[in-house]
Design a protein around this ligand. Structure first.
Ligand code: NAG
Ligand code: NAG
Ligand code: NAG
Length: 424
């Protein structure tokens, strides 16, 4: 009996010793691994003159007015992961670059079927556009082909000079191996065979897209965020690709910013909405406010909101906020990189996709400085926020509504707090 007890005790002592020893060894080992990792960390390979050069470009301050400065960003092709997506940022870059104080970037999104808007849009905008395109699977090469047509086969250089394209797709819907993803060097040497394009390659058909055939939701907020975050200018204009701004907008807007009128100097954050008009099918777009007013009198042009001042220089017309009666107002505005981003869990198909941004702006007491001398006009025949019956997916609207009200609203309250009558 005693003998057995002794052996048992011995065994326990032995086991305890072995256990402690193995813990000790593994600790040493892990530490060693950590040390080795440190040693093997990639070193920064810049030499000094390179480094100084980069620091200069990143710390040069540019002025918008006496109170407002901005910094340029490093802009180049970059592949990043974002939630369940691969994103090819700056995949096809505009030829022209602008310093952060020199222009306003129109940041927008689409699938490959909207590229024919670029030309008419640019004729009016005459400034940089950052366009994120959702292109899963075979839509990727459809998009590249259509982009190259727009860049190389048009009489004007506007698209090549001013539009930077970003493409993205789900991990689960990779481009197929028989349509290899072009590398930046392939893109820069790509030559479009303009006379061999079929009309479907120039203007891809919505119903034939991989996205449509497979009923994939449109990740609108991923696209919005990508388009905005990749743009270099201080002021950005997140807008729909079928909404065309009034000509001459950018210089007039920057002039107004440079004047820095007292109303601009309030300490609250501000954005600058534009009045939106719709125009009947077959009408040509008005270029000036005078033409706009004439068409308005003829009743071929429609709006919901504000009246207009015909002879004013660009200035702020009304200051609103997102408290009632404007709590459901979804204005389209010029803003900056400090404005809240869009919730990437929300899809276009589920609707209410901008509500979370609106809530945060309400709580942070944003001022909406409505501009009186600029306007947006829908591509003729297109209506604001109107989804045709066939496009509506009641299931996904219901799911998203639940997500916004039961989950996201609660998160936002915890993070940003509540204020007045701000609601999602
Ligand atoms: C440092 O880099 C610059 C730019 O790449 C190059 O011109 C220069 O020769 C390099 N200097 C040294 C010492 O390697
Ligand atoms: C941009 O900023 C630079 C440096 O402050 C200034 O010289 C230049 O005039 C500014 N350009 C515009 C268009 O405001
Ligand atoms: C509607 O949305 C649901 C949920 O997002 C999805 O599973 C379904 O495939 C969609 N139906 C159509 C016709 O797009």
């Amino acid at each position: 009996m005693i003998y057995f007890n002794f052996i048992r005790r011995q065994r326990w002592i032995l086991l305890t010793f072995l256990f402690l020893a193995s813990v000790y060894w593994s600790m040493i080992h892990l530490e060693g691994d950590a040390r080795r990792d440190q040693i093997q960390c990639p070193r920064i390979t810049h030499n000094h003159s390179q480094l100084v050069n980069e620091m200069q470009t990143h710390t040069d301050k540019f002025h918008l007015n006496e109170d407002l400065t901005c910094l340029d960003k490093e802009i180049g092709p970059r592949i990043v992961q974002r939630g369940k997506y691969w994103v090819f940022e700056n995949y096809i870059q505009a030829n022209k670059r602008f310093h952060c104080n020199e222009s306003v970037t129109f940041t927008t999104h689409s699938d490959p079927t909207f590229l024919n808007n670029l030309q008419p849009l640019l004729e009016r905008w005459q400034g940089p556009i950052s366009l994120a395109i959702y292109a899963p699977s075979t839509d990727f090469s459809t998009a590249v082909k259509a982009i190259m047509y727009q860049r190389q086969c048009q009489t004007s250089d506007l698209v090549r000079d001013l539009v930077t394209f970003h493409l993205f797709f789900d991990f689960n819907h990779m481009p197929p191996s028989f349509q290899p993803i072009l590398k930046p060097v392939d893109i820069s040497t790509y030559i479009a065979k303009c006379n061999q394009y079929s009309s479907e390659e120039i203007n891809p058909v919505k119903e034939k897209l991989y996205k449509s055939v497979n009923n994939l939701p449109y990740p609108v907020n991923v696209a919005r965020n990508v388009a905005r975050e990749t743009s270099n200018t201080h002021f950005v204009f997140p807008c729909d690709i079928e909404l065309y701004p009034s000509p001459g907008f950018i210089p007039e807007f920057l002039d107004m910013i440079r004047r820095n009128d007292p109303i601009q100097r309030s300490p609250k954050p501000k954005v600058y909405p534009l009045v939106i008009f719709e125009i009947d099918e077959g009408q040509s777009l008005p270029s000036t406010k005078k033409e706009l007013i004439e068409l308005y009198a003829l009743n071929v042009i429609h709006t919901f909101h504000f009246s207009f001042c015909l002879r004013c220089a660009m200035e702020v017309f009304t200051v609103g906020n997102r408290q009632p009666p404007f709590e459901h107002w979804e204005p389209i505005f010029i803003g900056s990189h400090s404005d809240p981003l869009y919730d990437e869990r929300l899809s276009w198909d589920g609707q209410r996709d901008k509500m979370t941004q609106g809530y945060v702006m309400c709580v942070q007491e944003y001022e909406f400085h409505v501009l009186n001398n600029a306007f947006l006009i829908h591509k003729p025949g297109v209506k604001t926020k109107e989804m045709s019956f066939s496009q509506r997916n009641e299931t996904s609207i219901e799911i998203q509504k639940k997500l916004v009200f039961e989950t996201i609203a609660h998160e936002l309250e915890l993070i940003y707090g509540t204020k007045g009558r701000c609601t999602c």
